[in-house]
Design a protein around this ligand. Structure first.
Ligand SMILES: Nc1ncnc2c1ncn2[C@@H]1O[C@H](COP(=O)(O)OP(=O)(O)OP(=O)(O)O)[C@@H](O)[C@H]1O
Ligand SMILES: [Mg+2]
Length: 237
């Protein structure tokens, strides 16, 4: 279980995330929705140790991840798949995937078996293995970003807008990839602006507004109540 308690985070003196609490049960997908600039990525950065929270706590299966730094958080089993599908453009897909297991580089056998596991899960990545990351389509790059995170063998994933800038067909494919991870027991915190995508995948939604949770809803049969969309799109106006 991933628990965020009263998380406060920002940059310098600016408080961007102001007391966010949410829970992702083990093996569940929970979505954090919100418009541009509401603090979604800042929340994820503070959870995974890219920035230190100003206050609050982040617990993975009861153990606090605060102030461990990003590598320490990855070691404990929590990985971020960043927004923008960042990649080493000049490196091949295979080399990019291997970067995800950087911390385990001393154990070559382990790295090789992880790579095998990842390309077995996403066979498209095996086909693309020797292609330069800079030549991938948006969907391929997103799949590679997921694969790279899996190389660290995480127990939980933070996904920052995986559906962004993809065609509807490719969004569907990424959705299936995320669902297959859940079926394999992964715990997922999904940050999204695409409400329909989040409704298809998540069992619970939180809406972030001005750095605070403004709404929380259970999703039942792909539906979270008629007020969700009007509320959420109201935020967008
Ligand atoms: N490195 C930074 N230094 C200072 N301010 C930042 C930094 N990164 C983000 N911010 C500010 O924090 C606020 C929230 O940004 P954040 O990236 O968390 O929003 P977001 O919800 O992820 O938005 P988007 O949907 O556009 O990705 C914005 O006002 C942004 O300008
Ligand atoms: Mg963002």
């Amino acid at each position: 279980m991933l628990e965020i308690r009263d998380l406060k985070a920002g940059y310098g003196k600016a408080v961007i995330v102001d007391g966010v609490s949410l829970t992702v049960p083990t093996g569940a997908i929970v979505a954090l929705l919100g418009g541009n600039g509401t603090g979604k990525s800042t929340t994820l950065k503070a959870i995974c140790g890219l920035i230190d929270p100003m206050d609050g706590d982040v617990l993975l299966n009861g153990e606090s991840l605060v102030r461990l730094g990003a590598p320490g958080v990855v070691k404990r089993g929590l990985c971020l798949v960043p927004q923008g599908k960042e990649a080493f453009a000049e490196m091949t897909v295979r080399e990019n995937l291997l970067m995800g297991a950087y911390m385990h580089r001393a154990n070559r056998g382990e790295v090789a078996s992880r790579l095998e596991e990842v390309v077995t899960r996403f066979p498209r990545l095996a086909e693309l293995a020797t292609r330069r990351a800079g030549h991938l389509s948006g969907g391929e790059r997103q799949l590679m970003a997921l694969g790279r995170a899996l190389m660290a063998k995480p127990r939980a994933l933070l996904l920052d807008e995986p559906s962004a800038a993809l065609s509807p067909r490719v969004v569907g494919e990424i959705g299936e990839a995320v669902m297959s991870l859940k079926e394999a027991g992964m715990t997922v915190l999904l940050v999204e602006q695409n409400v329909n995508f989040a409704l298809k995948l998540a069992e619970r939604l939180y809406v972030l507004r001005d750095g605070r949770i403004a709404l929380e809803r259970a999703v039942v049969g792909g539906d979270a109540g008629t007020d969700l969309k009007s509320y959420y799109f109201g935020v967008e106006e």
